[in-house]
Design a protein. Structure first.
Length: 221
């Protein structure tokens, strides 16, 4: 194979790649924060023991975890504009879709984290006069976040990998930047190889950071 990577200079990187990388990181950060926040609410609903809270939260999590992400992306991108009567844009559609979709996965992680906190902690909160909300906010959730932090970060790494799926609706992410550069210079094979390497380096580095975090949390325990 006659591979030539010489066209990937600083100008190409700044013109095509960095803008896509910025959106991929932005999408990951927003979906992570929004997904954890919504996922925590869903987890608390499922653990509340009240049917009118448990049933809709369980249905939400079950449905979204049973549908491929790319299909959800296409649904939101194609159907939501029909409902609201105007186009929403690929980037905004991707942000909303990923936040709602990832909430279903973060919800399961948070539910497991909350259940990992000994019930004695909850009873202790009630014993000192705390309400359910105060006990969750001040006693249970801080411990649950600490216990589940490595798993939350691992899910975030998967989230970053999944951002490449917004390519299906034309959003300008990291993969799209490489694809456009490859078309402009007629070097698609080289750009896809470099794109795979970039994804690997970012995800592998984050995985090593999660491993170190896991060791520190085990020491604290």
């Amino acid at each position: 194979m006659n591979l030539d990577f010489g066209f990937l200079d600083a100008n190409v990187v700044s013109s095509f790649i960095l803008n896509g990388l910025y959106f991929s990181l932005q999408l990951t950060a927003v979906a992570m924060v929004g997904g954890i926040a919504l996922g925590t609410v869903l987890a608390l609903m499922r653990l509340s023991g009240k049917a009118w809270l448990v049933l809709p939260a369980s249905a939400y999590v079950t449905v979204l975890r049973s549908i491929p992400l790319v299909m959800v992306i296409l649904w939101f991108f194609l159907l939501i504009p029909l409902l609201i009567g105007r186009p929403m844009g690929a980037e905004l559609s991707a942000i909303i879709t990923f936040t709602l979709f990832e909430a279903a996965y973060y919800s399961e992680i948070m539910r497991a984290g909350i259940q990992s906190v000994p019930k004695g902690q909850v009873h202790a909160g009630y014993a000192v006069g705390m309400s359910y909300a105060q006990t969750m906010q001040l006693v249970v959730l801080p411990q649950a976040f600490r216990n589940m932090l490595p798993v939350l970060m691992t899910q975030t790494i998967i989230l970053f990998q999944d951002t490449s799926l917004v390519y299906a609706i034309g959003a300008y992410d990291l993969l799209k930047g490489f694809e456009i550069a490859g078309k402009n210079f007629n070097r698609p094979v080289e750009t896809y190889l470099v794109a795979a390497l970039v994804y690997f380096v970012i995800c592998f580095s984050l995985s090593m950071a999660v491993r170190q975090l896991q060791k520190k949390i085990d020491i604290i325990r």
